[in-house]
Write a protein that binds this ligand. Sequence first.
Ligand SMILES: NC(=O)N[C@@H](CC(=O)O)C(=O)O
Ligand SMILES: [Zn+2]
Ligand SMILES: [Zn+2]
Length: 429
Amino acid sequence: MKIWIKNGRVLNPATKTDEILDILTEDSYIKQIGKELSSDQTADADQIIDASGCYVMPGLIDMHVHLRDPGLTYKETMETGTKAAAMGGFTTILAMANTSPVIDDAEKLSAVYEHAESCSPIQVLQAASVTKGMKGKELTDAAELKKAGAPALSEDGKTVMDASLFRKALYQAASLDMPVLDHCEDASLKGKGALNQGAVSKRLNVEGITNAVEDIIIARDILLAKETGARLHICHCSTEDSMKIIRAAKQDGLSVTAEVCPHHFTLTDEDIIPGNSNYKMAPPLRSRKDVNALIEGLKDGTIDVISSDHAPHAAHEKTSDIASAAFGIVGLETSVSLTISELVRPGYLTPLQMAEKMSWNPAKILGIEKGNLAVGKDADITIIDPEAEYVIDSETFASMGRNTPFHGRKVCGKVMYTICGGEICKRVR
Ligand SMILES: NC(=O)N[C@@H](CC(=O)O)C(=O)O
Ligand SMILES: [Zn+2]
Ligand SMILES: [Zn+2]
């Protein structure tokens, strides 16, 4: 199979390329990149894609996804989750370990890889938990898990509250050069909190979650990363002070990276519609001041990654009682359009910076040979029409999850093609 992608705006952060170029793929690799490839180079192309007016990015990588498979397949399955990823423009995703059972040994990890092999149109990577069963008591065998193919360790969904145990985990991770993806919420301070603490949580009469719930663990774990030399990646940042703490850590030369999710740079707690638990996620939607700080962090490089934290739940877990509803929203199929609408269009990020945060930086953090549009590399390519406007309709999602606060929102920027390993796994035109 040969695909000739013509006249697209090729955005390759690895080489800082932002230019109108042609790309030719052959089988699963990139064969040629250049200005107006000659007719003898392209004569036998099986597919010609006119990418005029479109961004052509290295295949997007979402390093924070909940696939819910094994065990929670009433929320999402390997099939539906990876299809949703392809629809959203992602050619690689990292699945979190908080499934049932938790992915905490090599056997369970290998089973996920086998399952993905049998049905996924895109590449699935699986994170392994930090502690057995995510119980926070006993560490997993990180060396064995790395050997079985886990690119990262993560207790996402929870914080390892025992600082001494977490420090041990960081020492192990450092010796194996595995990044640790850190969910930062102090369980004792969070209590039964459901929404950001403030006027809105008071008005809705639900318990609040303060910024310190998040910031204290971010600070703790950055200090532990300093002590242990581990590579620490802070998941789903939502607060103003998290930006200050991470910025300072980077200035100190620590191996700290961080991500923000589209809902946290798009919405504030003032947007919450009473009785609609699709506005409930961990960490919660914060204040305008926090959102502005996140955008500043995205602009100045404090934030390396945009990830979705795709967290599908069934309708019965997202009922109108916000206090008791599950935390989390789906995101794979809305990340690109929200990033373009909220960050690229207003000029906060250039399209090249978007590609960096949605492909090249996640690849570097996970230590995979992806995110770079170069001859000889995997033909993982995402083609986006940045001008296409549409209304988000959760009924059309490939994901089983309908839990999004963005249903009915008008957005700009549409994934036209997702090409993974030289195969087209999404096409709009
Ligand atoms: N973000 C969420 O609100 N929920 C996630 C867990 C997590 O990412 O912490 C989930 O697994 O449902
Ligand atoms: Zn989390
Ligand atoms: Zn998560």
